[in-house]
Design a protein around this ligand. Sequence first.
Ligand code: ADP
Ligand code: MG
Length: 244
Amino acid sequence: MPGAARASSVSVRDLRLAYGALTVLDRLSLDIAEGEFIVLLGPSGCGKSTLLNCVAGLLEITDGQIWIKGRNVTWEEPKDRGIGMVFQSYALYPQMTVRGNLAFGLRNAGLPKAEIETRIARAAEILQIEPLLERKPAALSGGQRQRVAIGRALVRDVDVFLFDEPLSNLDAKLRSELRVEIKRLHQQLRNTMIYVTHDQIEALTLADRIAVMRGGIIQQLADPKTIYNRPANLFVAGFIGSPA
Ligand code: ADP
Ligand code: MG
C-alpha cells in the first residue's frame, strides 16, 4: 500500500457479513502489520468468531475484501490462504495419533515423507510434545490437545495464525501456562497472529494491539496500555475494567 509505514500482513476492507436479515459485521476495516499479535476482544456475540472465520475463508462474506500478504484472497479457498486456525474445541482427529494429526495436512499437500518428519520433529520440540507423538487425542489432557492443535498450524509453516478462544476449555492453571506458551511462540516465530478472546487478562498480556469489539463494530484499536489507561468510551472502560 502506498504510504503505509509497515507492510500489511492482513487487511480487512469494508467487510460486511450478514446472516439473512441480520448484519453481524458492517463495513469493518482492520489493518494488521507483519508479525503483529492482534487480539479481538469483546463480549459473547459481538462478532469476533465471525470476523476470524471471514479471514480464514470459512464464511462467505457479503461484501468487502480480505487481503493477506498483499494478495486479495477474498475468493480463495481456506487452504490456499497461508493461515492456520486453532479452535477452542481442538478439532483433532480422534482415530489418529498425534503424529498422524500433525502429518495429515502435509500428506494431503503432497510433501515428501522426510520433509514431513523434519517439520513434525521441529514443531514437537517447540511445543514440547515429543513424548506424546504416538498417543491418541483421548489420552491427552486439554492443554496437551491444544498444543497439538497449535502444532498442526505450525507444521504447515503458515504466515498467519488464527486463534479462536483457544484457552476457554482449560482450567485456570493450564490457561495461564498455555498463555505464556503462546506468547513465547510468537516471540520465537514472529508470525502474524489474530487471537479472539473475551478474557481481558489474555488480551492485555498477549496483544501488541487490542481491537475492542461490540455489536460488530471496533470500538477502539490500540496497544494494551492505551486501552487500559485511556479507554475511548464507557463501553471499553467498563469492559476492560471489570472481570469477565
Ligand atoms: P462471538 O464470537 O463474538 O461470540 P459470533 O461471531 O459467533 O460472536 O456471532 C456474532 C453474531 O452472529 C451473534 O449475534 C450470533 O448470534 C450471530 N450468528 C453467528 N453465527 C450465525 C449463524 N450461523 N446464523 C445466524 N446468526 C449467527
Ligand atoms: Mg466466538
